[in-house]
Design a protein around this ligand. Structure first.
Ligand code: 5GP
Ligand code: ZN
Length: 113
């Protein structure tokens, strides 16, 4: 499958990793929209948040356990934003589920990625 994030997970495409375990990888966005801009992805290919169901929701819970650890490691003591875009209308450009962590500055209210 020609998926850029699966390529990063396999190690075929280089990335700046900030966290990894058996099921989750987090790496810096190649085109950061904030001083800290990290993408958190499940290692299993899930197309988007629209594909979350009872068979794969455990990984989503785990991702949301990992996010506060990453925020702590990145010193995001003032807060941060977590975003997932879904499908073309939602602005999703990479069809592998990912959660953006944005922080390191006071973000504009309507800022998206
Ligand atoms: P989306 O638009 O799907 O919500 O977010 C995709 C994000 O992936 C974008 O912010 C984009 O900069 C990032 N991205 C796309 N290709 C690569 C890549 O090869 N490496 C990294 N680190 N980020 C990427
Ligand atoms: Zn993928």
């Amino acid at each position: 499958m020609d998926c850029v994030f699966c390529g990063i997970i396999r190690g075929d495409i280089p990335s700046k990793k900030v966290y990894e375990d058996d099921t989750v990888l987090a790496f810096r966005d190649i085109n950061p929209e904030a001083p800290v801009h990290i993408l958190v992805v499940p290692k299993d290919h899930i197309a988007s948040a629209d594909m979350i169901d009872t068979t794969n929701s455990e990984i989503i819970a785990h991702i949301f356990e990992v996010i506060p650890q990453i925020a702590k490691d990145e010193d995001l003591t003032g807060g941060y934003r977590v975003i997932t875009n879904v499908g073309p209308d939602g602005g999703q450009s990479v069809p592998h589920l990912h959660f953006h962590i944005l922080g390191g500055a006071k973000l504009p209210i309507h800022m998206g990625v």
